[in-house]
Every structure is written in structure tokens, then in C-alpha cells.
Design a protein. Structure first.
Length: 306
């Protein structure tokens, strides 16, 4: 039995296999059988002393239940340390109660996962007013990795016009937009966003003349309904931008929405593999394996206590 193993759902098997190969550890699939009434029977692979659970938490409600059951089985069968790798981490948006009676999902899900696993590894978690991921997961280790190194490496290898401007849809995008622009050696700017509803936003730019005749790389962390991306693209088209290509960390939108993006002026949209999606181009294997290599080093230390 290997001291470290990685387990996943079949929907993520391809990505998990690449990661397992990088780490040099065995991979097992978790079977989740759903009964007609919606209940699950969950069967894991063999429990290694350190077990990594690779589980992107898009469409999270069923996956959270499966995760809870998998944790129970793995702990009971000998897993001493559980590491959750959730490249996309669900329920992070609601970090406060904005109306009377609203639940704070970030706090609830954070506490739940902190009771289940010993470490959480995620990518570009959607944190607004929360200072860092440690505040979400009390008492356990957590890592909020950046997708920008992987995205920048791929873009550089393909070649990028030095006149490109990296654009973010709002002030919250400034950290990753500036990081990516710096890695690519190009300029960046962020829009001013006024959100009216989940699907309706107003986008403005302080200096619209900046974009005239320039290629634009529009960057966002999460795209689900696509409203913000479409509004931003339309605003950029109105400024006279030459071309608009979009890059997304977490692609949660239906594939059919690409037609709406094209109509809004977006030439291409590419995403990381944080969530399996037809737009996946940027692979996080290197970023994740670098964060996880310490798990292998720890089990290799003589006399290490569990």
C-alpha cells in the first residue's frame, strides 16, 4: 500500500490521472451510486495513510454529500491525513448576510470542510471581504493558489502582442489582472462595475481612449451567467478595441453561452481545468503538484508521526 494516494470522481479522472502521474502516486475512483430517491451510496478506493481527494466543487450540493461519505469511509479504513484539492471552491461568494434571514454560506461550508479534512488546496478562491483562506477554514491548513503562472506560461509560449492590454471587469480583479500583465510584460486596466442583478451589470472605463486599436485580454476569475463578461466586452467594443479574447480561471457557464460571447465581440474564451469544461486550455497540473509535493516529503521523513 502506498503511503500517499489520490482519489476522485469519474468526472475528474482525466485531470486527476495527470496529477497522480506527476506526484508518482496511485489513483482511485470514488463510486457514487445515486438511488431513485436521490440518496447516495459511496464507495472509495483503498485508504492510504495520506489520501488526497481531488474534487472540483462546481455543482456542489451532491458533491458535498459524496465528499462527506467518502471522508467517513476513508477515515474508518485507515486514512490518517486527508487533503482536499478543490481547484474550484464552492459557496465562497456569500461571505456576509446582506438581507435579514440570509445564511452565510462561506462560514457554514468552511466550518463543515474544516471538520472533515486536514488541509484544503484551491485556486483563485472567490474571496471578497474575507482577508484570506485561513479565515474560512479555522484550525486547518489551507492554500489559495494562483492560476496566473500557468496562464502566463501558456500565453507566452503561444506569443502575445506587446500592445495587448489585460483588462479586469471590476476593482476586485486588480490583483490577478496586474499579476498576469506583469508576467506578460504588458499594460493592464480594470473597469468600474455597477451590479444591478445576477445577470445585469453596468461597465465603464476611466479612460476609454486607452483601448482604441489595441488587442484586449479580458480576464475574470469566475464566469457563470456570463453577464459581466458580456457587458465588459460590449463596453470595450464601444471604445474601439481591436480584438477581445477572454481568459477565465473557473468556467461555470454552459457551453452554449459561447455564442452570446461571440455576439458581444469576444473572439475566443479559454479557461483553466479547475472545472472540466470544453474551454479548458490552461492546465493547473504544475501549480497543484508543486503545492502537494510536501505531502510526499512528509511521509518520507523517518519517524514521522501521523
Amino acid at each position: 500500500m502506498s503511503a500517499v494516494a489520490i482519489q476522485c470522481l469519474p468526472s475528474s479522472a482525466r485531470d486527476t490521472l495527470r496529477l497522480a502521474s506527476r506526484l508518482g502516486v496511485p489513483m482511485y475512483e470514488i463510486e457514487a451510486h445515486q438511488f431513485p430517491d436521490g440518496e447516495f451510496r459511496v464507495t472509495t478506493g483503498p485508504a492510504a495513510p495520506t489520501t488526497i481527494l481531488y474534487l472540483p466543487l462546481d455543482h456542489p450540493n451532491d458533491k458535498l454529500i459524496v465528499l462527506l461519505f467518502a471522508v467517513e469511509a476513508l477515515r474508518r479504513n485507515g486514512a490518517k491525513r486527508l487533503v482536499l484539492v478543490a481547484p474550484y471552491l464552492c459557496y465562497m461568494r456569500q461571505d456576509a448576510a446582506f438581507h435579514p434571514g440570509e445564511a452565510i454560506s462561506q462560514k457554514t461550508v468552511g466550518a463543515l470542510l474544516a471538520r472533515c479534512v486536514d488541509r484544503v488546496v484551491t485556486v483563485d478562491s472567490h474571496l471578497h471581504r474575507t482577508a484570506n483562506l485561513n479565515a474560512v477554514f479555522p484550525g486547518i491548513a489551507s492554500d489559495n493558489l494562483s492560476a496566473m503562472p500557468a496562464i502566463a506560461d501558456k500565453l507566452r509560449s503561444a506569443g502575445i502582442d506587446p500592445r495587448t492590454i489585460v483588462v479586469g471587469p471590476d476593482s476586485e480583479s486588480e490583483p490577478w489582472v496586474s499579476d498576469l500583465a506583469s508576467r506578460l510584460g504588458v499594460a493592464h486596466a480594470v473597469a468600474q462595475k455597477d451590479r444591478r442583478s445576477d445577470r445585469s451589470v453596468d461597465i465603464k472605463f476611466v479612460d476609454p481612449k486607452l483601448f482604441v486599436g489595441r488587442p484586449i485580454l479580458l480576464v475574470d476569475d469566475i464566469v457563470s451567467s456570463g453577464g459581466t463578461l458580456i457587458a465588459c466586452a460590449q463596453a470595450l467594443v464601444a471604445t474601439g478595441a481591436a480584438t477581445i479574447d477572454a481568459v477565465v480561471t473557473h468556467a461555470l457557464f454552459p457551453a452554449a453561452l459561447v455564442a452570446d460571447f461571440v455576439r458581444a465581440g469576444i473572439r475566443s474564451i479559454r479557461s483553466t481545468n479547475s472545472v472540466p469544461h470544453p474551454s479548458n486550455v490552461f492546465y493547473l497540473d504544475g501549480v497543484l503538484s508543486a503545492a502537494l509535493c510536501g505531502e510526499l516529503a512528509n511521509v518520507a521523513k523517518p519517524g514521522r508521526k501521523s
